[in-house]
Design a protein around this ligand. Structure first.
Ligand code: DGJ
Length: 695
């Protein structure tokens, strides 16, 4: 059973397989004591030290949970404030702790100034994930400005260097992984673009000698979609620390008297191997993080019109697509960009969320009714945070975008960012979306966001440098309010593909659009990076007609890749031959029989496309009664590969029926995991789906 143990100001957070231990010494300094394998709780103590010499102080050497700026501490800090009299240092005393259910809170306050800081730690039944966040409170009357605020600090145990696994992606190439070994100085993963973006990921994964199954892996993911910073460092004592939270670039935060701030939370864990890390986070996210309406529900197979019809949508052609979609087994038909205002291309219309009457002379309901009649739900695309200069909204409210009075605003994709920190802008967006959902039978919103921010002036704010935080909170709050009022509506987070699918977004949105790159081969890498620390069921994956390097991979191949997340279809079905439609029908029917295993199962990455030329991912249900594995290879370099394929995660005492196309076997779990099935991997676009069911 998970529990919190406290003795002599030493606190042990005990999870299924780990201990996280911290303490407070008699002088009120907080200490990080241990994170990793469980030890005898009575052995933990605070190893107090003196200054090494006048240039190397004990404050610099401490492993801590929270480091305020001040005194003789020169390393990276978690929090830096400026008080009313211009004092810029914080000097804390310890006020005490509280354990409420599964949460431990430790409170500190400044020895002179009215500032209170509380560290929170929450544990969860049946998993090794710990939630951390910090509350900062101005307990006085005068304002306090903060230059830096982090959510959590971590110290890693080994004095040897750790390698940090993150991403260095881009639009169309999201989640491309990097591995940086940090011997000294700093490594920073961040965004300054306003939203969490395609480049770095707001997490750290630090490891030594690790692979999928073995080796120490420490990880923490920040649940925040604004400007973030993950700052990793290794000092001259060999201590590796990570500080994660708001990016201090172009940032400050003001708390007026009596105000407080809860930082975005961080979800952290320690596992042996990367596979267990993914499985821990996946189970945790499904049970505790994803919004409650849909977290335990199977996501439907959707159709999305974007790649087929672009901006040129109209009632007749969408109905044609919908008929085809229904025939092949689609359950949710989503009309993408182009249905509103004067939207002919990306130059006009954003902000005008009323139906374009030329394209839909009989209104939206003609299409929606037909989609419903065909047995599907209807979903629609919006981009609420944005406006085109060529729109009624911008003409009526030119002051509603972020701007500086004497600077020209830079457009990206011909659009500007609405200042979502304004109450009137928030009300406008909530009301138009609420009207849309109230007046039409819409069950799904794809909420897009297609540009980074610039000229982030906000005259309405006392402190405009809070824009990224306030904008992010406004988005979350509108999504939450819409869901409260329309609980049957699922909402997808999209930002030019996978530009906003951090755990903050996924605490409010039900799923995410992974990437605009739907090429079967590229997707293998993109999906691997996505699902490393994000729940698999949130990963929307479409089968489209995208041309790869020379041509699309075969339709079956694209299905075998897209079925590894929540399946969608995005091709122009009106151009599909009868044979192609039959391939779609067959694959969608198959997906419906395995999707509970994919969307909720434990993922085992068994072969890697980059390392092994073959990708083999296996999903296993929690009770180990069902499993599905996907093998895909774009033709191997050496033309053919004959090899035994071993599986994982099965029950060694169970027997399974294995089906690969028309071939079936019966084998024990032990056999499948140790001897395996011999496969002959050859030819272009090789793909096989292997289904295992307990007999
Ligand atoms: C970017 C998204 O990633 C696409 O799927 C599509 O919705 C376009 N925007 C529409 O403008």
């Amino acid at each position: 059973m998970n529990r919190i143990v406290c003795k002599n100001n030493i606190f042990i957070l005990e999870t299924e397989n780990t201990h996280y231990v911290l303490g407070v010494d008699s002088a009120g300094y907080n200490h990080h004591i241990h994170w990793g394998k469980k030890c005898d709780p009575s052995d933990y103590f605070i190893n107090d030290i003196d200054d090494e010499n006048s240039n190397s102080t004990k404050l610099d050497e401490y492993r801590q949970e929270l480091t305020p700026f001040g005194q003789t501490m020169y390393r990276d800090c978690d929090i830096k404030a400026e008080f009313d009299d211009k004092c810029r240092e914080i000097n804390l005393k310890y006020d005490g702790y509280k354990i409420t259910g599964d949460t431990l809170s430790l409170t500190f306050s400044d020895k002179y100034y009215p500032l209170e800081i509380t560290l929170h730690y929450q544990i969860f039944e049946n998993c090794d994930i710990i939630k951390r966040f910090t509350t900062i409170k101005n307990t006085g009357a005068k304002k306090i400005d903060f230059e830096k605020i982090s959510s959590a600090q971590f110290s890693l145990p080994s004095v040897k260097p750790y390698t940090f696994r993150n991403t260095n992606g881009a639009w169309g190439g999201e989640f491309i992984e990097t591995h940086d070994t940090l011997e000294g100085g700093y490594a920073v993963y961040e965004t300054r673009k306003g939203a969490s973006n395609h480049n770095n990921s707001p997490y750290f994964i630090a490891y030594q000698n690790a692979d999928e199954k073995n080796g120490d892996v420490y990880f923490a993911s920040l649940a925040y979609s604004g400007n973030f910073k993950i700052s990793c460092s290794r000092d001259s004592y060999g201590i590796t620390r990570v500080i994660m939270g708001f990016n201090d670039f172009d940032f400050s935060h003001t708390l007026d008297g009596g105000e407080s701030l809860d930082t975005p939370p961080v979800y952290c864990g320690y596992t042996q191997g990367f596979g267990e890390m993914t499985r821990q986070m996946n189970v945790f996210a499904v049970n505790h993080l994803l919004p409650k309406q849909f977290n335990h529900k199977i996501l439907p197979v959707l159709y999305n019109s974007w790649e087929a019809t672009g901006f040129s949508v109209n009632a007749k052609q969408q109905i044609e697509l919908a008929k085809r979609a229904a025939e092949i087994g689609v359950e949710l038909f989503v009309m993408d960009d182009g249905w509103f205002g004067q939207r002919k291309d990306d130059h006009a219309g954003l902000g005008d969320w009323y139906v374009n009457e030329e394209k839909f002379p009989n209104g939206l309901d003609e299409l929606i009714n037909e989609v419903n009649r065909l047995g599907m739900d209807f979903g629609i695309w919006v981009e609420p945070e944005m406006v085109n200069a060529d729109s009624d909204l911008f003409r009526a409210h030119p002051d509603w975008t972020y701007h500086y009075p004497h600077r020209e605003a830079c457009e990206l994709r011909n659009q500007l960012v609405l200042n979502m920190t304004r109450k009137d802008v928030q009300d406008y967006i909530f009301n138009v979306l609420d009207d849309l959902l109230s007046n039409h039978n819409i069950k799904y919103i794809k909420w897009d966001m297609n540009r980074p921010f610039s000229e982030t002036g906000a005259e309405n704010l006392q402190n405009p440098k809070m824009y990224s935080y306030l904008h992010t909170m406004a988005v979350y709050s509108i999504v939450d309010r819409l869901k409260e009022k329309h609980p049957e509506v699922a909402i997808e987070s999209c930002a030019s593909g996978g530009g906003r699918c951090d755990l903050g977004a996924l605490s409010h949105y039900d799923q995410a659009w992974t990437s605009d790159n739907t090429d079967g081969i590229d997707r293998i890498t993109i999906q691997k990076g996505y699902s490393l620390l994000r729940p698999v069921k949130t990963m929307r994956a479409w089968v489209t007609d995208i041309e790869g390097i020379n041509k699309p991979c075969s339709l079956d191949f694209r299905f075998a890749v897209a079925m590894q997340g929540s399946l969608g279809i995005g091709g122009d079905l009106t151009k599909y031959s009868d044979d192609d439609l039959e391939i779609c029908r067959r694959n969608i029917a198959l997906y419906k029989t395995i999707r509970d295993t994919v969307q909720f199962g434990d993922l085992y990455r068994l072969l890697d496309i980059e390392e092994d030329e073959v990708s083999l991912n296996q999903y296993v249900t929690a009770d180990k009664s069902k499993s599905v594995a996907f093998i895909v290879a774009n033709g191997t370099r050496f033309y053919k590969k004959r090899m035994p394929v071993c599986f994982d995660g099965l029950d060694k005492n169970k027997r399974y029926r294995i089906t690969i196309g028309d071939t079936a076997y019966e084998k024990s779990g032990t056999y499948l995991m140790n001897v395996g099935i011999r496969m002959h991997i050859r030819g272009v676009d090789y793909n096989k789906i292997i289904i295992m069911e307990e007999i």
